[in-house]
Design a protein around this ligand. Sequence first.
Ligand code: 6GU
Length: 245
Amino acid sequence: MRVDIITLLPQIFEKVFDESVLGSAVKNGLIDIVMHQFRDYGDGRHKTVDDTPFGGGPGMVFKPSPLVNCIRDVRKMSIPAPVIGLTPQGVSFNQDLVKELAQFDRIILVCGRYEGFDERIIHEFDFQLSIGDYVLTGGEIAAMTVVDAVSRMIPGTVGCQDSVIQDSFYEGMLDHPQYTRPSIWEGLEVPEVLQNGNHALINKYRRSRSLLTTSVSRPDVFATCDLSDSDKEIFQELIDSSSSE
Ligand code: 6GU
């Protein structure tokens, strides 16, 4: 997959894309990240990319021409790709969107800064994405989030694809808790069922913890989950056991 990133701060991505899982994926050619400094498209000797807002108010606004010229050039550099504006006004990023974006062979991410873009450029975006209900100083950290989450879905990036499939949110449900040695630590014991090697019981236990955590911590997510018949049974057992306590 090719990811083009349009930003005023290409250098802040370096470490993130150089190290660990993402770094290996880049080195192995599974993802090709191409940075574009859009100040190169700025106006005049100072390569100006922003200006004060019409109507007054704080901050600066991205001028339309430099950003649009950059986006149009980047579009033409390779195969067709959706242009995604990273803004707090965008649709909320979630695992379903991660999976959808991972289907593309190429995506183009545009990072905002300042108070935003001149509104007239937004038709240049195929859509806008937000990574949550808070405001960041720019879209760069959001772009890193998108690249990190999407790259994990590309076969080969994460050592064991099973770990991706079992991840929190992948199957719509939060992950079950994990434990490792020692079996007793500071008086806290690893649940017996995980230590006895009965995989049918282990799977059932883990599924029941996932159902419990999701229903308690994220009732909004739980409400959208399609429970299988066995999930329904396990969940009913959870309810029965809690009401008998
Ligand atoms: Cl994508 N950009 C900015 N500036 N703030 C955000 C965001 C993006 N997502 C959530 N907050």
